[in-house]
Design a protein around this ligand. Sequence first.
Ligand code: NAD
Length: 417
Amino acid sequence: MNDNKAPRKSCESFLNDAFEHLEVDPEMQQLLRSPYREVRFELPLKRDDGSSSLFYGYRVQHNQSRGPFKGGLRYHKEVNLEHFVALAEIMTWKTSLLDLPFGGAKGGIDCDPIQLSSNELETLTKRYVQRISMLIGPDRDIPAPDMGTGPREMAWIVDAFSLIEAFNLAVATGKPIELGGAKGRLEATGYGVALITSMAADELGIDISAAKAAIQGFGNVGSNAARFLHERGTKIIAVSDYSCGLYNEVGLDIDRLVDMANHKQKGGKLSECSGDFKKITNDELLQLDVDVLIPAALGGVINKDNVENVKAKMIVEAANMPITCDADTNLNDKGVVVIPDILANAGGVTVSYLEWVQNRQGYQWEKQKIMDELERRLKRSWEEVKSRARRDELNYRKAAYVIALERIIKAIHLRGF
Ligand code: NAD
């Protein structure tokens, strides 16, 4: 996503559509457009080899009308404040759509985690917490994993926060199971993507057990979405990561590729895989003639430059904001169905909520209870979006935004605007 303004432009455009539909007054629009708080701070790091590097940390807190700020922590060398503002805003709509008692936030560090040792990452993460400890906490702002972070980083956050304040597991979600993590959190987002994809396919008359899918990004979300769709019989004909794409017209051996992806911490990448497939580029993957295309890596990958070549019948936004607003209009005009990020990838934040609840109860739920609750909530949200889309003749993105906005506006009025 090279254009720094693109994510915010897309957010604005999607939001304006919903504002217009709901006839939201200008003062409320202004309040909902701007983030509550944006911070950027220096993170100097002494490297293992004795040299020094300077990184920047970010946290954007968008809205807390319905509960504490909530949002992931991204470690990626191309992040900046503009990206985080857009991503924090998306979190506000997502938590509201799923009717979770949270607001929206996002943050991270402009580092490439693959280039840093575990020791360096631990120091950087703990320093990040030191800088913003007064802004986060179970009732203030609760970070979770996003690109480049996972349970390990969340455990470091608990440790750093506990040294500054009191011990509290509910300060972060997506933690290791042994440290208060929810069973099922790791695969929750990918599971949700597969579930929502199946329900949307049903609605469109696509038989998911015979459908062809391509997935961009083979990290936590992409690999789990692939695994759960594969279990439903979907032929995953292409997957990719930052290194390359793999393609097989009759379907890839997903179990083997997932095994390999699990060794990512050790440097595993798809370009090093050998097997019965052809190597393709990420651009080629996005242009495949498939029933379902699932972008599950970066934002803005489907844009005005490549949208004309997209042939998928349905696109499920597993990543946050993978489609720019220009491309979205084009896809709508062509009749391509888009399942928006705030619904498609909401499985993660839903289980994060359950993790936060269990931490506050001092209790650990069984995995089945968590997966049942996840499924119930995702099905309910899908039904709400589907009904609203039908009733008001809206596409799914607009219907989802309208539902989310209505809840937030109601909360703001109840609290006193
Ligand atoms: P991850 O770090 O586990 O995986 C990211 C994947 O994207 C990796 O396979 C990586 O190689 C690939 N990638 C990176 N740069 C790429 C590029 N230029 N081209 C193609 N592939 C590239 O991250 P994740 O947790 O799977 O998150 C993926 C997306 O899903 C992000 O947009 C994130 O915001 C969104 N998301 C994640 C969660 C979650 O629970 N992890 C929840 C909601 C949304």
